[in-house]
Design a protein around this ligand. Sequence first.
Ligand code: F1P
Length: 345
Amino acid sequence: MRGSLTLREISGQPAAWSAALARFEKDAARVDRFFEERPPDEVIFTGCGSSYYLSMTAASAFQQIAGLRAKAVPASEILQFPDSVFARGASPMLVAASRSGTTTETLRAVKAVARRGIPAICLTCAAHSPLARSADLALCSPAGGEQSVVMTKSFSSLLVLGLLLAAQRGGDSELRRELGRLPALGWRVVKAALPLMREIGTTASRFVFLGAGPAHGIAWEAMLKMTEMAQRTAMAYHPLEFRHGPIAVAGPATVAVVFGTDAGATLETALVRDLRKHGAAVVVLRDAPGRASDTEVGVSLGVGLSDAPRSVLYLPFAQALAYWRAVGAGLDPDRPQHLTSVVCL
Ligand code: F1P
């Protein structure tokens, strides 16, 4: 069946989160030692494609939780504009994410920072990859690897590792506890997301994904999933940025998906009203129930998780939406055109 691999990987991803959590448990002391030996004053998260987008969410959470300056950049920026990435006189650390551990730019970025004496951790699904060998410390998602081209369970399980890193460095036991709840909650979410997203946007020509803070990387990943699998026009913005120009194209052919945050709840509710006024169909994902009249489809997870760990639970909705739009258009989500699972230059 078309897309059967991707469907299995979307459906089974909570098992990959469990495996990542268990593996990190074993690596936690090594992580502590690594930071103690070379304490950074800034952490740069990097990767390519989906791995860059998960880096965005991980960096946002890391700075908030560990209280250390953090940002995400595509690996190519480290190669082309290193002085725009690393501040003079700073003591940075690199965290490089890659499902395959063989993507050329990411691998070259890790080697380039090694020449500058910058320590590097990698987050990967491939424990014996060139990236895992090149980094000073490899954190693995043992069940995150996929057979299909697009990243789904690898993305979410590598993100779980990134968030665990933030919790570990920040000594945040509450976040650790929240992350530990993800697999059980994930099975429920997957079950709800797959049928729900099947009927959304069947006639839409444009998809807009909106997320703030840790949900911003999720918005970019949702945009990429829609582009890769369904070849539909898709965009990602910070929610309130959408009014500053992009709203000009909002209309009945637009589906907007809001990955809600607690911090953004009030202002995002007003944005949803504006989007609806212009005829866009809106899907709002959040934790607490909103006013039903505000949205076309309101999904309240009701899981009681804070913004960063809850953002992991938004992924099955984004993945399912792209998956069904691809299937509906007669495309095979397992084999997106022009794509390979790794880019080697
Ligand atoms: C990253 C990546 C994917 C993308 C494509 C090519 O690979 O850019 O995000 O979907 O298939 O590779 P990796 O470095 O995480 O292995």
